[in-house]
Design a protein. Structure first.
Length: 439
């Protein structure tokens, strides 16, 4: 799908963003900024946190999202020029207490896109780019570390567990997801590296700046098995309290083991992951179902190159129309509504919600690091099927190039191309250019 005239962002805006990080940055100037943003008070450090992220996202699709029973709709190519600022204040530690407050605002310099959500600017003639133009209180928490090997954090906070598949912050989007919650993290040194994360989620502030009410105990146990990897067990009980979200309520249990082997031939390591999860309905979910998830990966790394082959499968059981939901269909498939799903099953984001017939994702990843790990090139290929392997959904190529300039500056170019002959999906091409400054 070739780009059309006027699909590129303003040359001035893009050149300014790139120049801000690609031009040589004086080490002395960077040190002065670091010193200005960090301060010393009452015997410990506090800091001002700043993160500025400019992004151009282009989405070219043949049609809009397919809704069962409705005719496909044509959509215009989306262009989103956005600049996101996070500005936070971290207090010094005082009698083992510390506090943090953070503002987050995303400004749309160009709004030729559907912003998604239920309360945002919906330009439905365009493809979706889930980066709304709005501001919010992103984090506001108080922590206490007076208990040995334990940190307790209360308030609106970022939570990331394991690989973010079940509990994450959706960090790829400009407006991240945070949680009004209490989280206890305990690192037990006497039990050879057992880490316990136990918490309770009360509200979710999603990527559209909208609040969802939930009653959700969460438990994640991570045990380091010598130098071979980590054995992880988890349980997440998501009880959504708003009627329109009842269908997302679930209870999920799982076991995961991942890691890498000791080095052999002085340069190489084997990489491996094995994971199984089981999900059932919970709370006021009107659908009674049970679905499994399987996740297996094997690979090798060495000489700055990592090669991996993997399969992830989320099972499904079809759908019914007897209970209303946001799109008229209630799914009985394995879902991860609090996961950072952009990192899984293709960057084109066609499968953020698991299809009714489930999904089997067979994929390979290659990553190469150069220039002292400051330049990272990644390529991924996916084949997508239903959970039986009998129905092909499509295939996808993903590529990215990340260049870091010291600790605080970076540039990113990223591309995704999904192709399909299945009428339930649509060919999708996405292009991103991004510049980031973070202190």
């Amino acid at each position: 799908m070739p780009l059309q005239k006027n699909q590129f962002p303003s040359a001035t805006l893009l050149s300014m963003a790139i120049a801000s990080v690609s031009a040589p940055v004086s080490a002395d100037l960077t040190k002065e900024v670091e010193d200005a943003l960090n301060f010393y008070h009452y015997g410990s450090n506090g800091a001002v946190k700043l993160d500025l992220n400019y992004r151009w996202e282009n989405v070219d699709q043949d049609q809009g999202p397919v809704i069962p029973g409705k005719a496909p709709r044509r959509v215009e190519t989306a262009n989103a020029n956005t600049a996101r600022l996070r500005l936070g204040l971290l207090s010094p530690t005082f009698y083992d207490f510390q506090a943090y407050v953070e503002y987050e605002g995303n400004y749309a310099l160009q709004e030729d896109y559907d912003q998604g959500g239920t309360t945002t600017n919906r330009h439905r003639d365009y493809s979706l780019v889930a980066d709304p133009d709005r501001s919010e209180l992103n984090q506001f928490w108080l922590s206490y570390k007076g208990i040995p090997d334990t940190l307790v954090k209360v308030g609106r906070q970022r939570i990331k567990l394991d690989d973010d598949r079940f509990i994450g912050n959706v960090g790829w989007r400009q407006m991240e997801m945070t949680y009004d919650s209490i989280l206890l993290t305990h690192n037990n040194q006497t039990l050879f590296g057992l880490t316990v994360n136990a918490g309770y989620l009360d509200h979710i502030q999603n990527i559209f700046g909208e609040t969802e009410t939930i009653n959700a105990p969460i438990l994640n146990l991570n045990y380091k098995v010598s130098d071979l990897g980590n054995l992880i067990g988890y349980g997440y009980w998501l009880d959504y309290r708003q009627r329109e979200n009842y269908h997302k309520s679930s209870q999920t249990y799982g076991l995961r083991f991942d890691g890498k082997s000791p080095q052999f031939f002085d340069k190489l390591n084997f990489l491996y992951t094995a994971e199984w999860s089981n999900q059932l309905d919970y709370g006021d979910n009107p659908n009674h179902y049970q679905a499994d998830r399987f996740n297996f990966m094997g690979g090798v790394s060495g000489f700055n190159l990592s090669l991996q082959g993997a399969i992830e499968q989320l099972n499904g059981y079809g759908y019914t129309n007897n209970v209303a939901s946001t799109n008229g269909t209630t799914y009985k498939s394995f879902q991860t509504p609090l996961g950072t799903n952009h990192a899984f099953q293709g960057w084109a984001d066609l499968f953020l919600t698991t299809p009714a017939a489930g999904i089997r994702d067979v994929f390979a990843t290659a990553t190469y690091k150069m220039m002292n790990d400051s330049l990272i090139v990644t390529g991924v290929y996916h084949d997508f099927y239903d959970d039986t392997g009998g129905i092909e959904y499509g295939s996808e190529w993903d590529f990215s190039i990340l260049k870091k300039f010291g600790k605080h500056y970076s540039l990113l170019a990223k591309y995704a191309n999904f192709n399909t002959e299945n009428a339930a999906f649509t060919d999708t091409q996405k292009i991103w250019l991004q510049a980031n400054v973070s202190f």
